[in-house]
Write a protein that binds this ligand. Structure first.
Ligand code: PCA
Length: 211
C-alpha cells in the first residue's frame, strides 16, 4: 500500500482564497483509495511551511509527497521539474517576512529535480482536457521553498514533486484573468497523485523548452 502526502497552501498576498488548498480538500473528500492519502494545508510562511512539512514527513512517512500551490496568472497546471535552493521573496509572506537571496536549506545542493514522473503527469492531465505543462521554475517564494525542502528532507525512497495551479474561475481577480474551474484543478491534482502512484519511470518523450 502506497501512502501519499498531498499538500496545498493557505491564502496569501491579500487573496481571500487559495485554490490549491481548496482543491486539496476536494481531493481528500472523495478519495477512495486503495492507497492512503494524507492531506494538509500549509501556512504561507517561510518559518512555518517547511517545519510543518518536516513534521508531516516524520509522522506519516509517505512514499510520495506532492505539493500544490497557486501561481496566479498561469493558464495551465504546471508540473514543476526543478526546485532551486534559493529564497528571494518578491512579496512578504503571511508573517510579514521577506527574505532576500538566502538558501532554502543552508549547505544543500543548488537545485534538485522532482522525482515524480513530471512529463507523464502533465500528459495525463492534458489528456483529461485540462491545460497542463511541465514547468522549469517554481519561483523563489514559499512554494519553491517547500518543494526544495521536500526533496531534501524526504527519506531515501520517498519521491517528491510540486504542481502549481492557476487561479480558480470561481475566485479569479478579474473577469479576464487566466483561470480554471476549481473542479478541474482538483481533478488535475488527483490525476497527478494517481499517476505518481502508478508510474515509476517518466515518459521518455521529447519535452523541454527552446528558450
Ligand atoms: N503560491 C506561492 C506560495 C503559496 C502559494 O500557493 C508560491 O508560488 O510560492
Amino acid at each position: 500500500m502506497t501512502t501519499v502526502l498531498l499538500t496545498g497552501f493557505e491564502p496569501f498576498g491579500g487573496d481571500a482564497v487559495n485554490p490549491s488548498g481548496e482543491a486539496v480538500h476536494r481531493v481528500a473528500s472523495r478519495w477512495e483509495g486503495p492507497d492512503v492519502l494524507v492531506t494538509a494545508v500549509l501556512p504561507v510562511t517561510f518559518a512555518g511551511a517547511a517545519g510543518r512539512l518536516r513534521e508531516l514527513l516524520a509522522a506519516h512517512r509517505p512514499d510520495i509527497v506532492l505539493g500544490a500551490g497557486l501561481a496566479g496568472g498561469r493558464a495551465a497546471i504546471g508540473v514543476e521539474r526543478v526546485a532551486v535552493n534559493l529564497v528571494d521573496a518578491r512579496i512578504p509572506d503571511n508573517d510579514g517576512e521577506q527574505p532576500v537571496d538566502v538558501p532554502s536549506v543552508p549547505g544543500a545542493a543548488a537545485a534538485h529535480f522532482a522525482t515524480l514522473p513530471v512529463k507523464e503527469i502533465a500528459r495525463r492531465i492534458a489528456a483529461a482536457g485540462i491545460p497542463a505543462e511541465v514547468s522549469y521554475s517554481a519561483g523563489t517564494f514559499v512554494c519553491n521553498h517547500v518543494f526544495f525542502t521536500a526533496l531534501e528532507a524526504a527519506a531515501t525512497g520517498t519521491r517528491a514533486g510540486f504542481v502549481h495551479v492557476p487561479w480558480s474561475a470561481e475566485h479569479a481577480p478579474a473577469a479576464d484573468s487566466a483561470a480554471l474551474p476549481l473542479a478541474d484543478i482538483a481533478q488535475g491534482l488527483e490525476i497527478a497523485v494517481r499517476t505518481s502512484v502508478e508510474v515509476a519511470a517518466d515518459a521518455a518523450t521529447p519535452g523541454g523548452t527552446l528558450h
